[in-house]
Design a protein around this ligand. Structure first.
Ligand code: ATP
Ligand code: MG
Length: 618
């Protein structure tokens, strides 16, 4: 294996120490073999995307490989995109390369700058940076429209493309199918001059949408339907967010994407499996646009793109149980108010996951763990949750929160400690702070009354119950050992207060405090300094593990209990959390101070990120 050289991208956060050995996969093997053979070693880099001449004028490319993440800015990124981001940026980082962020904005109608901004934020938040010497802005495919037009005219002149005026229905009928070859269009044998004239008319806006298209001239009998003269340019009288009204013809994705890769000197163009059948056209186009052709009048044209050309590789997209990863379907959830926006913590969007309490490290670990393969499969949602738990276990500050409170009254407090006395208590924020991390201490007080979980008291305990019941002793964690004496009830028999006495000289951390043995320690919050907090308990958004498989109507199988809002009582350190801060509510799970609605000190709002254990379905 060739030794990785320092990365060219500036990486905002580099979680992978260079000496960490990553599990190999087919993409790593391909890249390592290319590096060994020097497949791309002779490439030049013109300092920015461009044609063959532009790159030839530049120095040898300092980047050993170039990958790209090419989202279409027509929605928010989701967990599937996170996999692709971690993969592409991760490979570039590990092999001394560069990964480009490129907006694939060749479709004028569906795109929006709101999505552009959010995609930029999401990639940065995940810990990646596309900037390289001389380039700090992401690339946009629409900047290449001029070149694409030139490439189209070249194909026409070289007799590799023609304008087809068949109706869409005729074109479909003449395309044939898997068992039947297609039929040549009656317009297929027009001369290059005739085609050029019509194509220029298309560009000048002289024809209606759909009146004609430009098609590559390949082979109507090819067993691969994608090679049966695919359309490469269509008429669309629409304004584009970058190029305004300059164009009324737009390139098709199959034509645009390989060109974008080539102009950017991408070496390994990694996409999902559904593009496998497009690869022959990708290669055909790369060959046509890099070779030269001698016309009958002796003119030599072509050589538009630098060689060696990029190569496309396909991997299996992420399918995650209980999750939908289609921008269109996620948009429907938002537009039909099934969730509260793109960043609803139940959404698998990156903004939703972030609001839910997911961390960049957890998503990177997830991408690493699921790996890349060439066959589709479903990843269990618990794998994602496990990655978050592992990250937060080490990092998240602990805190006490009582989710279902009942008051506990210490009946001998005033007599023992003095009326109104509040005793300061402490607990470590991290039980095992990692090396180099300062061990914070949480401060709170105990007085005559504290809140405990209702389920921690039982008047008549079932066998094995170790918490509060009359006559039993437990420790209030970080406080005192107490002995339960009973409870009070209202007229309906509902328990209103649990009663106990403090056992003297048992305060945690004082000498001899553990002389009284107890079988349980329970969490609690002082009535004096506890703060009411809104806690949002989230569950799976769908009832079905594969919500959109097999034509199911995913909008009909929403989990009616995917959100439950309660009022909890939290210790002061939690009320003072910064928005977006992660915590472990001891014994309950991992929570995050909501990035949007939590206001430090005055209105605490927490989201359940993940429970302490994988309890789904158990
Ligand atoms: P969607 O169907 O959600 O709109 P898309 O593939 O059309 O997804 P793009 O913006 O075109 O969305 O995707 C950008 C990149 O992310 C592509 O390279 C695509 O292959 C990759 N990608 C999208 N969805 C997934 C997924 N579920 N798993 C892995 N990669 C994905
Ligand atoms: Mg797409």
């Amino acid at each position: 294996m060739s030794h990785p050289t320092p990365p060219q991208n500036k990486t905002a956060a580099d979680p992978a120490a260079p000496d960490v050995v990553k599990p190999s996969n087919f993409l790593r093997q391909i890249i390592e073999s290319d590096l060994e053979k020097g497949t791309y070693a002779s490439r030049h880099w013109g300092g920015s995307p461009g044609d063959a001449a532009h790159h030839a004028a530049g120095p040898l490319d300092p980047a050993k490989i170039r990958t790209r993440f090419p989202p279409e800015p027509n929605g928010y990124l989701h967990v599937g995109h996170a996999k692709s981001i971690c993969l592409n940026f991760g490979l570039a980082r590990d092999y001394g390369g560069v990964c480009h962020l490129r907006f694939d904005d060749t479709n004028p109608e569906k795109e929006d700058t709101e999505y552009v901004d959010s995609i930029i934020d999401s990639v940065k938040w995940l810990g990646f940076d596309w900037s390289q010497p001389g380039n700090t802005l992401p690339y946009q495919a629409s900047d290449y429209f001029d070149f694409m037009y030139r490439a189209a005219e070249y194909l026409i002149e070289a007799d590799y493309a023609y304008v087809d005026e068949q109706t869409p229905d005729e074109m479909r009928a003449n395309r044939g199918d898997f068992g039947k070859p297609g039929m040549d269009s009656p317009y297929r044998n027009r001369t290059p001059a005739e085609n050029l004239e019509r194509f220029r008319q298309m560009a000048q806006g002289l024809h209606e949408d759909g009146a004609m298209v430009l098609r590559a001239k390949i082979d109507m009998a090819s067993p691969n339907i994608n090679m049966r003269d695919p359309a490469i340019y269509r008429i669309k009288h629409a304004e584009h967010h970058n190029t305004g009204n300059k164009w009324c013809i737009y390139p098709m994705y199959t034509f645009a994407h390989p060109i974008e890769d080539a102009l950017e000197q991408i070496t390994h163009s990694i996409c999902t499996l559904e593009f496998e059948d497009q690869r022959p056209f990708y290669d055909w186009l790369m060959d046509r646009l890099s070779e030269t052709v001698t016309l009958s009048d002796g003119r030599v044209i072509g050589g538009l793109l630098a060689q060696p050309a990029p190569h496309q590789y396909e991997f299996a997209r992420l399918n995650l149980t209980y999750v939908i990863t289609s921008k269109r379907k996620l948009a429907a959830l938002v537009n039909e108010n099934k969730v509260n926006g793109w960043d609803d913590p139940r959404m698998p969007t990156i903004v939703g996951l972030r609001r839910r309490g997911y961390t960049p490290a957890a998503l990177q670990a997830f991408a690493e763990r699921i790996g890349v393969t060439k066959s589709d499969s479903w990843i269990d949602y618990s794998t994602l949750e496990g990655c978050l738990r592992e990250d937060l276990e080490l990092k998240a500050h602990r805190g006490f929160a009582v989710l279902n409170p009942v008051k506990l009254v210490l009946t001998n407090w005033d007599e023992l400690m003095g009326a109104g006395h509040l005793e300061p208590c402490t607990q470590p924020a991290l039980p095992h702070p990692p090396d180099g991390v300062e061990a914070h201490t949480r401060h709170f007080t105990i007085g005559k009354e504290v809140w405990i979980e209702r389920e921690d008291f039982c008047e008549v305990p079932p066998k094995g119950f170790k918490r509060l019941f009359p006559g039993n002793k437990v420790r209030l964690k970080g406080g005192y050992v107490i002995e339960c004496t009973g409870c009070t009830k209202d007229a309906d028999g509902k328990i209103t207060e649990v009663l106990a006495t403090v056992v003297p000289d048992t305060k945690s951390g004082t000498p001899g405090s553990d002389s009284v043995k107890v079988k349980a320690a329970i969490t609690w919050v002082g009535v004096n300094d506890g703060v009411n907090a809104e806690v949002r308990l989230y569950d799976r958004l769908f009832l079905d593990a594969q919500p959109d498989a097999g034509g199911k109507d995913y909008l009909e199988i929403l989990n009616p209990n995917s959100l439950k809002v309660i009022t909890a009582i939290v210790e002061p350190s939690l009320a003072n959390a910064a928005a977006g801060q992660n915590f472990q509510f001891e014994r309950h799970g991992y929570f995050v101070a909501d990035r949007v609605d939590h206001v430090q000190g005055s209105k605490p709002v927490f989201n359940l990120a993940v429970g302490l254990r994988d309890s789904w379905g158990k």
